[in-house]
Design a protein around this ligand. Structure first.
Ligand SMILES: [Zn+2]
Length: 269
């Protein structure tokens, strides 16, 4: 690996570089690395913020929404003046101000079966900061097919869940084979969410993504972390590969073609 940190970078990343666990080699890995952040909302905001600050060289942001005033209580990369502009544009503006070392690929689109595989395969790591089941299952399936790790996070009112899906570990369908039927799990818009909650959960996802890029530490592979902000408790529950998993099991799919990502996101046997 050729190290090419200039004096500004040695200064910017000095608190990384002085640690044995990162060092100049680790910082170079981050600068050479790429991450796809799915969603530039509550979870995506802190993820984008910290990955950009850490110097992850290329950050893809996928989102098809525009900034609304009701987002600003938690989506901290967007500002009052951004209301009405696409979230990917606001995210790009935020990162450009923070760190000129980082390139943002703004994907102003919704993930679907036609674009997800190509997008996921173009990055070293995916951070699932989405807010809906079809996207979550689509990301899991496409990332597994293309051997890209996923730092997954989800939030509900005062609670969060984080797990990391590596190409060698169990996948999201090993944990929850199918999505709950639409309408059975309410979303943030109907139930509300504590503004700071996605900050905590997104920061854990960003930590996992950075560790994956550095190839260091133990990620949440085969472990589901539960965070309860009301009780202020963290609990970790282990889970295993399911040999019958339709995505990573013995007779696994090699394409998402034909899968209906609606309802239970079911893969037919
Ligand atoms: Zn699986």
């Amino acid at each position: 690996m050729s190290l090419s940190l200039d004096s500004t970078q040695l200064d910017r990343y000095s608190r990384h570089i002085i640690m044995d666990e990162v060092g100049p080699e680790g910082q170079q890995k981050l600068l050479d690395g790429s991450a796809l952040v799915v969603g530039a909302g509550g979870l995506g905001a802190p993820v984008i913020q910290y990955l950009a600050a850490a110097g992850v060289g290329r950050i893809g942001v996928v989102d098809d929404d525009v900034v609304e005033r009701s987002n600003l209580q938690r989506q901290v990369i967007h500002a009052d003046a951004d209301v009405g502009i696409p979230k990917v544009e606001s995210a790009k503006k935020f990162v450009e101000r923070l760190n000129p070392d980082v390139t943002v690929d703004a994907h102003e689109t919704r993930l679907d079966t036609d674009n997800v595989e190509e997008l996921v395969a173009d990055y070293d790591v995916v951070v699932d900061a989405s807010d809906n089941f079809p996207t979550r299952y689509m990301v899991n399936d496409a990332a597994r097919i293309h051997d890209v790790p996923v730092a997954h996070g989800a939030i509900y009112k005062f609670e969060g869940q984080v797990t990391t899906l590596t190409p060698d570990g169990p996948c999201y369908r090993c944990l929850f084979r199918e999505a709950p039927e639409p309408g059975t799990v309410p979303d943030c818009a109907t139930t509300g969410v504590l503004g700071v909650l996605p900050g905590t959960v997104g920061c854990i996802q960003a930590t996992e993504a950075v560790k994956l890029l550095l190839e260091t530490g133990d990620v949440l592979e085969g472990r589901l972390l539960f965070y309860d902000a009301m009780d202020m408790t963290f609990e970790t529950v282990p889970y295993r590969e399911n040999p019958d998993c339709p995505v990573c099991g013995e007779s696994a799919i090699d394409s998402i073609e034909g899968i209906e990502y609606s309802g239970g996101c079911t893969i037919a046997d």
